[in-house]
Write a protein that binds this ligand. Structure first.
Ligand SMILES: Nc1nc2c(ncn2[C@@H]2O[C@H](COP(=O)(O)OP(=O)(O)OP(=O)(O)O)[C@@H](O)[C@H]2O)c(=O)[nH]1
Ligand SMILES: [Mg+2]
Length: 404
């Protein structure tokens, strides 16, 4: 722990947090422990000796978890370093005026931007609830349309992924959307979850294989499903048993965000009452939905933000991939004989809240939870199984040898 007597000045604190923020390009609250000595040099001066750098790196490594260092640990280590540096006091350049670390921030930023970001989203739910339409609505494109420009989206008949690289202000995002066939129109809907769970687990399997390869790639292509939007039919009653059953199976392996589909079918009061009942069903059946509130790695602000989102779940959404003109402006919407629903208008539905959460505020967290919770438990089961099989096999060969 840093000495309490050593107080950071406002400028020092600002410089520290600036360097941290720029190193933490994806705003995860963590920085890669491998970058710590470069950051220290930029903050504390190029005259840091190799021994001093090594000692900072060692401290960082001891405090890091899975190669990642939290903001608080970063501050503690830097404060400690400042105290122990004999030449720290000799530095004539004030910390907030330091020249140089802006190149590191650029280097790190450029590297991440060049690599691009990956995000994989899946839509699941009963047939005809607007899943394929929502895929298009979310990214304002005709992603789920097949060749040509058919006037209606065809019924989805198999689990299918489409990848698109989209770019906004120089940030490249490789987005993979997995559309799934809706269930509910077969006589027997038993096991309708099988192809979907199989797809999710196949992606974990691929990732694990890549990870355990002797010559593994520096960057493993990530096709793991980071979020699954679960569409609930706007019946206004309660969730159907099949939805409950389905979600119970899904929540073990993926982040589920439930949504009330085709919310234009419900009045505002009906939406509220339905939302309350769905939440009761989710709680009563102990279904884990995203975002979770009880997590060790969240700070108070994040917990508050997640609680606010949970209170608004499931978002009542309306989808459309058609543009309509409203007072001279072209907006995504659905026009009926009695009026117009604007998809992105917060007074009309909660689509924009959903998009903000998925893309603007929680994309990185969805990826982290996928990696640290869902993939981790898959990995554990698989590796334990493999180990058990190896032990069983060696048992067999031992008995065979003793018979010989
Ligand atoms: N009223 C209303 N209709 C919608 C909405 N979203 C989609 N639709 C319409 O519902 C129909 C089915 O939409 P799809 O997107 O194909 O539904 P889906 O869930 O992919 O269907 P499957 O592929 O069979 O599972 C289409 O006619 C859409 O135009 C919505 O929010 N409100
Ligand atoms: Mg579809």
């Amino acid at each position: 722990m840093a000495d309490k007597r050593f107080m950071l000045t406002g400028a020092q604190r600002e410089a520290l947090s600036k360097v941290f923020k720029f190193a933490d390009v994806e705003e995860t609250g963590y920085v890669d422990v491998a970058t710590i000595s470069t950051l220290a040099v930029q903050l504390l001066g190029a005259q840091l000796s190799d021994n001093e750098k090594q000692s900072i790196t060692n401290k960082a490594e001891s405090k890091a978890e899975k190669g990642l260092l939290s903001y608080q640990s970063f501050i503690d280590i830097m404060m400690e370093a400042m105290q122990s540096m004999t030449h720290w006091g000799k530095l004539t350049t004030p910390l907030d005026g330091y020249v140089g670390f802006d190149t590191v921030q650029e280097q790190i930023r450029k590297k991440s931007l060049k690599r691009g970001f990956e995000f994989n989203l899946m839509v699941v739910g009963a047939t005809g609830l607007g899943k394929s339409t929502m895929v298009n609505t979310l990214f304002k494109s005709k992603i789920s349309r097949t060749t040509g420009v058919p006037s209606v989206i065809p019924k989805t008949v198999e689990v299918k992924s489409v990848s698109h690289v989209i770019e906004e202000k120089g940030v490249r995002l490789k987005l993979t959307l997995t559309d799934t066939p809706g269930f509910g129109d077969q006589i027997n809907n038993d096991k309708c979850w099988d192809p979907i769970l199989e797809y999710i687990n196949d992606q974990y399997k691929k990732y694990l294989q890549e990870e355990t390869n002797i010559n593994r790639k520096a960057r493993i292509p990530d096709t793991r499903v980071h979020c699954c939007l679960y569409f609930v039919a706007p019946t206004g009653h309660r969730m159907k048993p099949i939805d409950i059953e389905f979600m119970k199976r899904l929540d073990k392996c993926v982040n589920i965000v439930p949504v009330i589909a085709k919310a234009d079918n419900l009045t505002l009061e009906e939406r509220e009452a339905f939302r309350r009942r769905i939440r009761e069903d989710i709680e009563a059946n102990k279904i884990h939905i995203y975002p979770m509130v009880k997590r060790d790695d969240l700070d108070e602000e994040e917990i508050r933000a997640n609680s606010r989102i949970r209170e608004a779940l499931p978002f009542a959404v309306v989808g459309s991939d058609r543009f309509v003109t409203v007072s001279g402006k072209s907006v995504l919407g659905r026009k009926t004989k009695w009026g117009l629903i604007e998809v992105e208008n917060k007074n009309h539905c909660e689509f924009s809240q959903l998009r903000d959460m998925l893309i603007r505020t929680h994309m990185q967290d969805l990826k982290e939870v996928t990696n640290t919770i869902h993939y981790e438990s898959f990995r554990k089961v698989q590796l334990t199984e493999q180990q058990k099989n190896r032990i069983d096999l060696s048992d067999i060969s031992d008995t065979q040898e003793s018979k010989i």
